[in-house]
Write a protein that binds this ligand. Structure first.
Ligand SMILES: NC(=O)c1ccc[n+]([C@@H]2O[C@H](COP(=O)([O-])OP(=O)(O)OC[C@H]3O[C@@H](n4cnc5c(N)ncnc54)[C@H](O)[C@@H]3O)[C@@H](O)[C@H]2O)c1
Length: 422
């Protein structure tokens, strides 16, 4: 490999930082930095903790072998031995307000090894204006912004389970940089790893907004789909049929109704919501209220079978927030179970990715493949395994046949069952 002089440290070796580091390490020397010692030790042995990320294990092994990647908890070593510093640690929301404590913490550590010519890139989703809030922290090094070091925001546009695919070329990379030199270098790096190229924004703030707006767009549109599906319910018509027909016209893109989970979309609107952004605030509320609609569906379904919810046994299929990904961030299962518990009923759950401790944490009993005492099944996650269930057989076995499916898993005609949807 030609020595470009570029050495990159990626701070945060989690679900996003680790795949990014592995992709970059095919072209440049990379140091993966994390506060978790156990994690960095395992990574140096080639043990990949993220099993549901295709190609990640192979890339990690390849990059360790070529000595292009090493992991460490030693921030000073990483900062001193790299000139491009990519921050990819969680940006959190506390009481609906952004908490950038972790990002600032990393910036303080980078400052200790900052050198003339270095570039700091934030990849984690940032509220508009917050990457530049790192300038005073970095200037404590004695170096001057732009004259001595550059800054850029290049937001991660991916999700767990498809990270490598997305980083290498599903969508163009967004870049907002402090100055021409920084832009040139950052562009060179991302053009190398991403075959869809880059979109250069006029400023760092503009780049921050792109990622936040993507999340706001999804959130508001899912809220609209939720409201429209409520209207369909009122008129007793199938929302899917209406949405599909409406979307055959190019100006209409009605989304799928449902609960908004994960650590991105339910949080990022709060980065920009204020007293003048009523639509986004309402959308958040509408999307959270889906849980109440689900509870009502369970109650109504059971009522039709003359079963009171308090006397019922309910089976929840899916505890993770997304199909085939072991991740619980803002999962619908949490508020749904909390609300169901108020009725003092028996809650069983099954999730092909969950371990004993997960069932314990959710305080539900693990379902053991016996539908005989189940009155109601609620499908919350679209795990592939759920499509393989013989729903017609399961329905025949169930004590009462109430099925609430918010993921479109059960084929009603095949299963000869009536299914409640959103
Ligand atoms: N997960 C996603 O699907 C996704 C998608 C798009 C964007 N993002 C963005 O990426 C960010 C990171 O998400 P993730 O999924 O990788 O999180 P994660 O929880 O999987 O990993 C975070 C990692 O950062 C480490 N860490 C925490 N504090 C640190 C510190 N001070 N210094 C160094 N390391 C530290 C943790 O030990 C952990 O390994 C998110 O907050 C979000 O802004 C995530």
């Amino acid at each position: 490999m030609k020595d470009t002089g570029i050495k990159i440290a990626v701070y945060g070796q989690g679900k996003m930082g680790l795949p990014l580091a592995q992709v970059i390490a095919q072209y440049y020397k990379v140091i993966g930095v994390d506060i978790n010692k156990n994690l960095t030790e395992n990574l140096n042995k080639g043990i990949n903790p993220i099993n549901d990320e295709p190609m990640l294990t192979e890339l990690l092994e390849k990059n360790l072998k070529s000595k292009n990647y090493e992991a460490t908890t030693d921030f000073e070593y990483a900062a001193q031995n790299s000139n491009i510093h990519i921050i990819l640690v969680p940006t959190l929301i506390k009481e609906n307000k952004p908490d950038l404590g972790l990002v600032k913490d990393v910036a303080k550590k980078i400052k200790e090894g900052l050198k003339r010519g270095d570039i700091i890139i934030t990849e984690c989703t940032m509220p508009p204006g917050s990457t530049e809030m790192l300038i005073p922290v970095l200037e404590e090094s004695g170096l001057k912004y732009i004259a001595d070091f550059g800054l850029a925001h290049c937001p991660e546009r991916t999700m767990t389970g498809t990270a490598i695919r997305d980083i290498t070329g599903q969508y163009p990379k967004i870049i907002g940089a402090s100055d021409e030199r920084t832009l040139k270098i950052v562009k060179e790096i991302y053009e190398k790893i991403n075959n869809k190229g880059v979109i250069v924004m006029s400023s760092i703030v503009a780049a921050e907004m792109v990622k936040v707006f993507e999340g706001c767009y999804r959130d508001v549109n899912i809220a609209l789909a939720n409201e429209l599906s409520y209207v369909c319910e009122k008129y007793k018509v199938n929302s899917e049929e209406i949405f599909n027909a409406a979307n055959s016209q190019p100006y209409c893109h009605i989304h799928k109704p449902g609960y908004v989970g994960g650590h991105c979309i339910p949080y990022y609107p709060w980065f920009v919501i204020d007293e003048n952004t009523e639509l986004m605030r309402t959308a958040r509320k509408v999307n959270e209220n889906v849980i109440d609609r689900l509870i009502m569906k369970v109650i109504e379904g059971l009522n039709e079978c003359n079963v009171a919810i308090k006397d019922s046994n309910i089976l929840i299929l899916g505890l993770t927030f997304r199909g085939d990904v072991y991740e619980f961030a803002h999962t619908p299962a949490k508020p749904f179970i909390e609300k169901l518990k108020k009725f003092n009923l028996n809650i069983y759950a099954y999730d092909p990715l969950c371990k004993e401790e997960d069932y314990k944490r959710f305080e539900v009993e693990e379902f053991k493949d016996d539908f005989k005492n189940i009155d109601c099944v609620v499908i919350l996650t679209d795990h592939k395994e759920f499509y393989k269930i013989d729903w017609s057989k399961a329905g025949r076995e169930m004590r009462n046949k109430v099925i609430v499916d918010i993921r479109g898993i059960v084929d009603e005609s095949k299963a000869k069952l009536s299914v409640l949807k959103l």
